[in-house]
Design a protein around this ligand. Structure first.
Ligand code: PLP
Ligand code: COI
Length: 364
């Protein structure tokens, strides 16, 4: 059964940001504050499915104060990056994986499934239209933020009948403001991120809302990010507020916490697992406790640890702090295996090394 393909209506921006102003903004964009000229929107209603696909000027969205998302947080999002290529084109890294995760998140939040091709087409269209916003330089990219929310005007608690899917783009540099060679983590022992049966594996706004107090506590203790333990035993390291985590031991082997419903299945994590295995590194998806972490860091058995994600790429972890004190990892700076894996990943993402995995999606 073939349905007619949804056609995007194009409304080009009548007054896009002038080139000189854009160039100024792209010099040092930071993360998530500089936005491109356009956005993609697609609507959904349970009676007609996906409809009214557009690319139009990025602008505030009128919302009824009774829109369901404002009350019950039925919202999901994704994050992926577009890169400039040497030949003047643009690529994205594994966008179909984001499309699939978006479908899984939608399923968990009782939302409709956006077809994979439509998700990728929407991202492609925005990148093509706003290509001038892809910054140059190491570590810079156009961060694509697809998201969807419940738009039914109704205060009853039930899955919405109406949704709005939007894609916006933000020119970004490094996620972390710090110039330090490695980030510091605060171990949250009071707050957890996700419980078994909850929404930990979904990329929904609510997970991030509930992480903010723990993140604020991390900041108060001088740390860059919060690391969460499991909700049942308060013992097993799970992930950071917005990144997965890997541990590197003195024999070169690595461990990352297993996916089991409480951790976001990171696309960077999965790519690094593949790259590590192909390099002959022994890598296990296994539970690792905070006590073992402390013991191994102190004995030197643990040599390196790093965070990974689209925004963070691969970021070395130097210090871990909690109410029980602090420990350093290795010499507190980047380790060689972390750097090696990072350059293997970034090399593929930026087209400097051959992509034998078929991870690179050419936009144009
Ligand atoms: N874990 C959390 C909670 C995240 O928000 C992210 C970022 O998207 C990740 C892990 C890493 O996922 P990915 O590598 O797909 O960006
Ligand atoms: C990403 O890496 O894409 C995320 O969504 C994480 C967030 C902390 C920016």
């Amino acid at each position: 059964m073939s349905k007619t393909k949804l056609q995007f209506v194009h409304h080009p921006h009548p007054s896009p940001v002038p080139a000189d102003k854009r160039a100024e903004l792209l010099k040092n964009p930071g993360f998530g504050r500089v936005f491109s000229d356009h956005m993609v929107t697609i609507r959904y209603h349970e009676s007609k499915g996906w409809y009214d696909a557009r690319i139009e000027p990025r602008a505030p969205i009128p919302m009824d104060p009774a829109a369901a998302v404002l009350h019950y947080a039925q919202e999901i999002f994704e994050g992926l990056k577009a890169y400039k290529t040497k030949d003047g084109g643009a690529t994205m890294f594994r966008p179909t994986e984001n499309a699939r995760r978006f479908q899984k998140s939608a399923d968990r939040l009782a939302m409709p499934s956006l077809p994979e091709e439509l998700f990728v087409e929407a991202c492609d269209l925005l990148v093509k239209t706003d290509r001038a916003w892809i910054p140059d330089g190491d570590g810079a990219s156009l961060y694509i933020r697809p998201f969807m929310f419940a738009n039914e005007i109704f205060l009853g608690v039930k899955p919405s009948s109406d949704y709005l899917f939007i894609v916006i783009a933000s020119s970004v540099g490094s996620y972390f403001k710090t110039d330090a060679p490695a980030v510091s983590l605060w171990v949250s022992q009071e707050f957890t991120r996700a419980a078994p049966g909850g929404t930990g594996a979904a990329k929904c706004g609510g997970n991030y809302a509930s992480s903010l107090l723990a993140q604020a506590e991390a900041t108060r203790h001088g740390c860059d990010q919060v690391v969460f333990l499991d909700a049942v035993e308060q013992k097993w390291v799970e992930e950071l507020g917005g990144m997965n985590i890997f541990f590197v031991f003195d024999d070169g082997s690595m461990v990352t916490p297993p996916l089991g419903g409480t951790i976001l299945p990171g696309i960077t994590r999965s790519s690094l697992l593949t790259l590590a295995k192909d390099k002959g590194i022994k890598v296990r998806e296994d539970r690792y406790s905070i006590d073992q972490w402390r013991t191994d860091a102190r004995s030197g058995r643990l040599r390196e640890a790093f965070a990974c994600g689209t925004a963070a790429v691969v970021t070395p972890i130097g210090t871990v702090r909690s109410k029980d004190g602090e420990f350093k990892i290795g010499n507190g700076g980047p380790g060689t295996q972390t750097e090696d894996l990072k350059s293997a990943l970034v090399g593929i993402q930026r087209g400097h090394t051959a992509d034998k995995y078929g991870w690179i999606h050419k936009v144009f």
